[in-house]
Design a protein around this ligand. Structure first.
Ligand code: DQA
Length: 144
């Protein structure tokens, strides 16, 4: 059975491509998903690529990934800075977790500097627009 990786995307990321392109780039979420699937196929990995604007849905997917996903890549979007519930759900997973942000949250508004998710993530990649998702996928830690 192929190694399975969950790639979870939080609120407003469905608007990528047209949402503040000067911050997040012009690549759409569909294009990111296609790139992830082809990258995964090249590496014999299966990807579940999901997006939700709802905190509870993201938590349910983290629970689903628990025990069956080799790793979790997550861009929790605005929930990064607010959600102890997502942090706790990730903390209950033993799989390596990579937190990914398109923008460099540390050079933006002060409210984006706090990430609850970083406290339980194996690693964090931010500021490389869509290349970050690829970088997270190639880390040997994430594809065990
Ligand atoms: C983001 C950064 C967050 O602060 C923001 O709320 C997002 C996207 C990023 O990918 O840069 O929605 O996670």
């Amino acid at each position: 059975m192929a190694t399975l990786i969950y790639i979870l995307n939080g609120p407003n990321l469905n608007l990528l491509g047209t949402r503040e392109p000067e911050v997040y780039g012009r690549t759409t979420l569909d294009e990111i998903e296609s790139a992830c699937h082809s990258f995964a196929a090249d590496h014999g990995v299966e990807v579940k690529f999901l997006q939700s604007n709802h905190e509870g849905q993201l938590i349910d997917w983290i629970h689903e990934a628990r025990g069956q996903s080799a790793s979790i890549l997550i861009n929790p979007a605005a929930f990064t800075h607010t959600s102890i519930a997502i942090r706790d759900a990730l903390s209950a997973c033993t799989a390596p977790t990579v937190e990914v942000h398109l923008s460099n949250i540390h050079r933006r508004e002060p409210f984006r500097h706090l990430s609850y998710v970083s406290q339980v993530a194996t690693g964090v990649i931010c500021g490389f627009i869509i290349i970050g998702t690829k970088m997270a996928g190639v880390s040997p830690e994430t594809t065990l």
